[in-house]
Design a protein around this ligand. Structure first.
Ligand code: PEP
Length: 253
């Protein structure tokens, strides 16, 4: 029977120059060389991708991008295409991170286009969804998640979504030190899985990995990962230090 291999992913955001990223990746590679039963991914800045890809060659750490454009090429100043990311060594691409939605105008429609472009190029999309604090407090958590899933995955068929990873990232927990409780995370993940069963099918929903993101750290990862629908973590701040991130990758102890 196929199972969901846990994925521990680090989003380095706009941190680390190429040289700093290389140092961190080398250190992480040493620290996680013996990690088993887990997949590890790091997403450095665009300018560090090729250098980090060279460091990670032959390791058990996959390379990811933090964003992509939906067109293959063209007059889109400042943008990067899926094909360029594949060529730089990427396996994954984060799509629709809440910081992109909040500061760079990403919408569920652009998320949908980016997922399509990623899949077409052979990149595995990590689709980020999650509610704001105000939405949670006004009881809209599930309707927000539902809209983000429905619109972000609109018009896809199962074949397109085989490599999809979903990251549930409550916006109020990102970079704030506030973590969702394990019960809140499980409730949201179970809801997301049910919605995915509805729009794709049960088999897909059973296999799709749903990561939790929002102030994950060594002190809380174990209890989050013990939840039946939590299949990994998308980690910002705690991924920057290789020692700390390696503790997350070794969450089983
Ligand atoms: C993130 O940026 O996806 C994230 C979860 O950040 P942090 O771990 O710092 O909350």
């Amino acid at each position: 029977m196929e199972t969901r291999l846990p994925l521990i992913a680090g989003n380095w955001k706009m941190h680390k120059t190429g040289d700093e990223a290389v140092q961190a990746a080398k250190h992480l590679k040493e620290l996680t060389a013996k990690a088993v039963g887990v997949e590890i991914m790091i997403a450095p800045t665009f300018t560090a991708l090729s250098q980090v890809a060279a460091v990670l060659a032959g390791s058990n750490i996959a390379l990811g991008a933090q964003n992509l454009h939906w067109e293959n090429q063209g007059a889109f100043t400042g943008e990067i295409s899926a094909a360029m990311l594949v060529n730089a060594g990427c396996r994954y691409a984060i799509v629709g991170h809440s910081e992109r939605r909040q500061y760079f105008g990403e919408t569920d429609q652009t998320v949908q286009r980016k997922i399509r472009a990623a899949v077409a190029a052979g990149l595995r999309p990590v689709m980020c969804i999650g509610e704001t604090e105000a939405e949670r407090e006004s009881g809209q958590t599930f309707s927000v998640l539902d809209k983000q899933i429905q619109k972000g995955l609109e018009s896809f068929v199962l074949q397109d979504l085989k490599t999809l990873v979903v990251a549930y990232e409550p916006v109020w927990a990102i970079g704030t030190g506030k973590t969702a409780t394990k019960e809140q995370a499980q409730e949201a993940h179970a809801y997301i899985r049910r919605q995915l069963a509805g729009i794709v099918d049960d088999g897909f929903a059973r296999l799709v990995r749903i990561l939790y993101g929002g102030s994950v750290k060594p002190s809380n990862i174990k209890e989050l990962m013990a939840m039946p629908d939590v299949d990994g973590a998308l980690v910002g701040g705690a991924s920057l230090d290789p020692e700390t991130f390696s503790q997350l990758a070794h969450y089983r102890g």
